[in-house]
Design a protein. Structure first.
Length: 223
């Protein structure tokens, strides 16, 4: 979101092409490494954790590469001014399909446990990530795709790392209460609290809707 509008306004398509390619490779490599490290840590420390946390945590780690790819493509789409591409897969389709699938499972089979819900979420994350990536590849303008990519990776990382740290601290604050409650009260009480807090957090949709009205708009939208 920082560089895409700049490169578009400057008509610097080679840097724009390089940014898309390099950011995608970096995000995928880091997310796969984080997921792999999580599995290793759980394998080593799993005996020290309650058994009901281990398998859900492993499934959650498998979701990480898919979620980061969706987030990356949504951010680049915001830079292009493609509001539908930026918000529908990440903010509407993903949670909506998970809720719908869990509701259908509850009606047909019965009350699902955490493992089943996360398995459903993993499948839906994978499908949406692949569909999002395929759609994004089709709508990238031909002149961007045809340009020779130019990379300024060190400069991009110098700008991205402070933003990454800021966003990371926000995620820690947003989830610290869930982790603390989970260690003290167990999964049942934590699930009720988590559902209540996240339902209250739906008010953020107003803020996100206002943000969606202010993307870069000098490029023809794809939706």
């Amino acid at each position: 979101m920082r560089f895409v509008p700049q490169y578009l306004s400057e008509e610097n398509l080679s840097h724009l092409h390089g940014l898309i390619l390099r950011s995608t490779s970096i995000v995928l490599l880091i997310s796969i490494a984080v997921a792999g490290a999580g599995w290793v840590i759980l394998g080593v420390a799993g005996s020290w954790m309650p058994e009901y946390y281990v398998i859900p945590a492993q499934l959650a780690f498998l979701c990480v590469p898919f979620l980061t790819l969706i987030s990356l493509i949504s951010g680049v789409s915001r830079g292009f001014g493609w509001v539908g591409m930026a918000y529908v897969p990440q903010s509407v389709a993903l949670p909506g399909l998970v809720l719908l699938a869990v509701w259908v499972f509850t009606l047909v089979v019965g009350q699902p446990n955490a493992v089943m819900v996360l398995t459903i979420a993993l499948v839906i994350c994978g499908l949406i990530a692949l569909a999002h990536a395929a759609r994004f590849r089709r709508v990238i303008p031909d002149d961007v795709r045809a340009s020779k990519p130019t990379y300024t990776t060190k400069f991009w990382l110098r700008v991205a790392i402070p933003l990454f740290l800021s966003d990371g601290l926000f995620l820690i604050l947003w989830n610290a209460d869930i982790i603390m409650l989970g260690t003290m009260m167990g999964p049942e009480a934590t699930s009720v609290y988590h559902a209540s807090v996240r339902t209250d957090g739906l008010t953020l949709m107003i803020f996100n809707a206002m943000m969606a009205r202010s993307p870069h708009r000098n490029f023809p939208p794809c939706w």
